[in-house]
Design a protein around this ligand. Structure first.
Ligand code: FAD
Length: 496
């Protein structure tokens, strides 16, 4: 098949007028179709107000059949659909364009936990279930659903799957892709593909579920998933260690890993600047040590057996790290509340930056051992480009993934600072690529990084991705222009 024969057969997606809206209202009931500007507005921008769009219609289906009927109608009449979960994504992938014609498909009413089986360690949940609710449901049957991230009170399982979310437990449990046994998907033409298997072993050909994980809603609507549950640890030890440099923090990581193996379930890096922001702006956060230190590592151990003394283990890690000069101080959580407070500090690290003016963000990964070398190159490069800027690199050091964020200089003009976003991104990403890293470790591509994708991916890989998109969505109606440019634009994209 040629490139041309795969492109959108009828040009632009259809315009959304009142006659079209009525057809969707007939499918799912007027009360589940939002059209008033005040009602649709919260779905059209995200919490940081970085991405804005417009829509004339937000649909809130309550069943898989309703999703299927919506998709069939949209497919037949060329309406573009933007799937949306908790609207916490950070790359603009859940936001419609400015035409007002793209329809938002909100998954919030598909929120049933269909079954939870502690014997097989499997939960079958609908896409609109909020992550925190699944964590609690697993706890009620003495199991763990380990995905954990700052937005867990709002983000949904469908969004977690579609972004292949990472978070703070990847070190031990992997990212969302590693926790999935099966998915149920409504395809762009309305067909329901049921791969909702719960098997641990199933070698029966291509494993299609993985195409939808991390696809950012560009191939279909995930309506449900079967997810792995894990044993609950009988003890957790959480501590914050102070280190004088990223090299020392990495030495601590290596030591902690060698001592505790798979019991090391979290290793997060925070710079002093981020902790100061948190002390200034987050509720209930205060300095946890008597003196300030340049870097802090949040370390979590999860103990699976009562035969292991978790407290003794974390104390031994501290003593050895202190004697070796890797760390200069530490606070071990004395209670579950104090452990939660330490995580509150870490999870609030994105939010507090908002109060310090503009922030230019990166979500990068490099090989784990290269984190100190990356910081040694990227921090001075940013400081030289924007004197007085305040780097706040924090995050999942144990996975080689940092949110390398740069806050504006104190008193600088916010807009002028943010106008340098692309320039600073290009400079930092060049360092990342040079070190064999990724420009999007866990947040995805969306519209934010879409145009950079062809620069960092193998051309053959890009070509296969476009072919997969065309196979599932030949009309280019599924979350158009997210992740990949639409078919009707892709010839230019290919020539770039
Ligand atoms: P949305 O933002 O609504 O959508 C995200 C993408 O998924 C869009 O492309 C959308 O079209 C698609 N989508 C949503 N639901 C479906 C569906 N049912 N079927 C098909 N496509 C769908 N992310 C991390 O990985 N790690 C972190 O540590 C992390 N920390 C965060 C901290 C904060 C404070 C915030 C605000 C965000 C953080 N994120 C993090 C980003 C975000 O929370 C995740 O990407 C999350 O998985 C998005 O879920 P959501 O339900 O909000 O999806």
């Amino acid at each position: 098949m040629t490139e041309a024969s795969l492109s959108h057969p009828s040009g632009e997606p259809a315009k959304l007028d009142s006659a079209a809206i009525e057809q969707f209202e007939t499918l799912i009931g007027k009360q589940h179709c939002l059209t008033a500007p005040a009602d649709v507005d919260p779905y059209c921008h995200e919490w940081r107000d970085k991405f804005f769009g417009k829509t004339g219609l937000v649909l809130k289906p309550g069943s898989v059949d309703e999703v299927s009927a919506i998709m069939k109608l949209a497919h037949d009449q060329n309406f573009a659909i933007v799937p949306q979960g908790g609207n916490t994504g950070l790359v603009g992938a859940q936001t419609p364009d400015s035409s007002g014609d793209q329809i938002i498909l909100s998954m919030e009413r598909l929120d049933k936990i269909r079954s939870i089986d502690p014997g097989s360690n499997v939960a079958i949940v609908e896409a609109g279930v909020v992550l925190e609710r699944l964590q609690s449901a697993a706890e009620e049957v003495n199991r763990l659903f380990p995905l954990a991230l700052g937005a867990q009170g709002s983000c949904q399982i469908g969004g977690n799957l579609s972004t292949n979310a990472g978070g703070t437990s990847v070190l031990a449990y992997g990212n969302m892709r590693d926790m999935v046994l099966g998915v149920e998907v409504v395809l762009p033409d309305g067909r329901v593909m049921n791969c909702l298997r719960t098997l641990r072993k199933d070698n029966t050909g291509y494993d299609l579920k993985h195409l939808f994980i991390g696809a950012e809603g560009t191939l279909g609507i995930i309506t449900a998933a079967s997810l792995k549950l894990y044993p609950r640890p009988c003890d957790q030890q959480v501590a914050i260690f102070a280190a004088e440099s990223p090299e020392k923090a990495f030495a601590l990581f290596s030591l902690a890993r060698a001592h505790s193996g798979s019991m090391l379930t979290g290793f997060e890096l925070m710079p002093r600047m981020g902790v100061e922001f948190a002390i200034r702006h987050a509720s209930g956060v205060r300095d946890m040590m008597e003196s300030p230190y340049p870097w802090y590592c949040l370390v979590e151990l999860s103990i699976g057996s009562p035969a292991v003394d978790g407290r003794a283990l974390i104390e031994a890690i501290f003593e050895e790290a202190f004697e070796a000069g890797h760390v200069v101080d530490a606070v071990l959580a004395e209670s579950r509340q104090q452990a939660a407070d330490f995580w509150h500090l870490r999870h609030g690290m994105s939010e507090v930056q908002k109060h310090e003016g503009g922030s230019i963000k990166h979500d990068i990964s490099v090989p784990v051992s290269a984190i100190p070398a990356f910081l040694a190159r990227a921090i001075p490069a940013c400081e030289a480009a924007i004197p007085g800027c305040r780097p706040v690199p924090f995050g999942h050091m144990g996975d080689g993934n940092l949110h390398f964020n740069i806050s504006q200089p104190v008193g600088a003009d916010r807009e002028a600072f943010l106008a340098r976003w692309e320039e600073i991104n290009s400079m930092v990403h060049a360092i990342v690529i040079d070190m064999g890293g990724s420009i999007s470790a866990e947040h995805g591509i969306g519209t934010l990084k879409r145009d950079h994708l062809p620069e960092v991916k193998d051309p053959v890989e890009m070509d296969i991705m476009r072919q997969i998109k065309r196979l599932f969505d030949p009309k280019g109606l599924m979350n158009p222009d997210k992740l990949l440019k639409s078919d009707r634009l892709s010839d230019q994209d290919i020539k770039k």
